[in-house]
Design a protein around this ligand. Structure first.
Ligand SMILES: Nc1nc2c(ncn2[C@@H]2O[C@H](COP(=O)(O)OP(=O)(O)OP(=O)(O)O)[C@@H](O)[C@H]2O)c(=O)[nH]1
Ligand SMILES: [Mg+2]
Ligand SMILES: [Zn+2]
Length: 371
């Protein structure tokens, strides 16, 4: 798994020895061949090529399986900026720094991706491997620069959960941000969870009540909140933290991962964070599972997401929209007077809550675009 990216170098972790992690969901068998003699433009990474491996001993094959199949250790790339985190790989795993093989062109490779590696997998400080294949992503968190930008960017691959981290004050909470993050999570196959921080500075008020009808799980993740409920939610899962700068993402990660040593910043006088974290980094949780600390976001464009993408995440609603007229945006009257969601018995509150997400798709909060 890719745990950090820095200047064209990807830090990956893979299992030492034969034992592949017990994550059967990904293409562990679809492994490239460690073969330094094989140029990047050749067959590295093609299934079956392992048969003619020159140096793929059993241990390294096991390691490759780990790279493909399992979240393992975390590390920063060598020669990085220092902001990528510097914790060692956990026992039983090693980290390997890799470059992107030429045949991949500009294929995006992001934190959380499972990749096939070839080349020097020793994990020695000067070793450099090549990424020859990116496994199909099970989930994908995407954004665009703004709502009109056709160019979408993958933020994190394969995360099962999205922790939407929101401070109750300093910076002030924005429901629009939560709605947009939820829409992105649902569209990408992630389970959103709302994580509130800085309860010591402000009460919850009615901020979270809007999300009740969406069955959104809400936890407190501030400096003084107990960690146990969060640990339970994160256990054995790959979870990305997303939120504005200064809400306390790195502060939480440092509590969860004792040797993470993520830098934390101050919040400026105007109530905005200082963008302390500049890269996404995956860190191993002591009890199993991974947490990805991401940089505070300025903008979260959703140009790539449609209303249908969001509604399909709600099993009880998704069937109904097949009866909608063509081009229905499911917002209901007056925009969509014949939307089939209005015909669903007993779903009025739920439909109204989902429509808030749909409305947020169309109205980017100025906080997000103003930098
Ligand atoms: N009062 C209070 N302050 C907190 C809490 N959690 C975090 N902070 C403070 O908020 C500031 C910003 O925290 P960070 O962890 O750097 O925030 P971040 O979300 O990682 O910010 P970026 O890396 O810029 O995206 C730090 O000064 C923290 O000590 C909390 O629960 N209560
Ligand atoms: Mg941070
Ligand atoms: Zn409709």
């Amino acid at each position: 798994m890719v745990v950090a990216v820095d200047r064209g170098r990807w830090s990956c972790v893979l299992a030492d020895g034969d034992a592949a992690p017990d994550d059967g969901a990904s293409a562990a068998g679809d492994i490239g061949t460690p073969d330094p003699a094989d140029a990047a433009d050749d067959s590295g990474g093609i299934p079956g090529a392992a048969d003619r491996a020159s140096n793929a001993d059993a241990a390294e094959r096991g390691g490759l399986a780990g790279a493909a199949a399992g979240p393992t250790g975390a590390a920063s790339p060598t020669g990085g900026t220092g902001s990528g985190g510097n914790s060692p790989a956990p026992i039983g795993f090693r980290r390997v720094v890799a470059m992107r093989a030429r045949e991949l062109g500009r294929t995006p490779i992001v934190v959380g991706d499972n990749v096939d590696l070839v080349g020097d997998l020793s994990g020695r400080p000067d070793a450099l491997a090549r990424i020859v294949r990116v496994a199909e992503r099970r989930t994908v968190l995407r954004r665009t620069a703004d709502d009109t930008d056709p160019f979408e960017r993958v933020v994190v691959g394969n995360a099962e959960q999205l922790f939407i981290v929101v401070a109750l004050a300093d910076p002030p909470p924005r429901t629009g941000f939560v709605e947009r993050a939820m829409a992105a999570a649902y569209a990408g196959g992630l389970q959103p969870i709302l994580c509130l921080t800085k309860h010591d500075l402000a009460g919850e008020s009615e901020f979270a009540s809007e999300f009740t009808d969406l069955d959104l799980t809400i936890v407190h993740g501030g400096r003084e909140d107990p960690l146990e409920p969060i640990r339970e939610l994160l256990h054995d899962k790959l979870t990305a933290l997303l939120g504005h700068s200064g809400v306390g993402k790195s502060t939480l990660v440092n509590r969860l991962v004792p040797d993470a040593e993520r830098a934390v910043g101050e919040v400026s006088g105007v109530g905005k964070g200082r963008h302390t974290s500049t890269q996404s980094v995956a860190l191993p949780l002591p009890g199993g599972g991974w947490v990805i600390d991401t940089p505070g976001i300025r903008s979260f464009g959703l140009a790539h997401i449609t209303a249908d993408d969001v509604i399909h995440a709600f099993a009880d609603l998704s069937g109904a929209i097949e009866d909608c007229p063509r081009g229905c945006t499911h917002l209901g009257p007056p925009a969509d007077p014949e939307c089939a969601l209005d015909e669903l018995p007993g779903k009025h509150r739920r439909v109204a809550a989902v429509r808030l997400l749909l409305a947020a798709l169309k109205s980017n909060d100025p906080w997000m675009t103003g930098g």
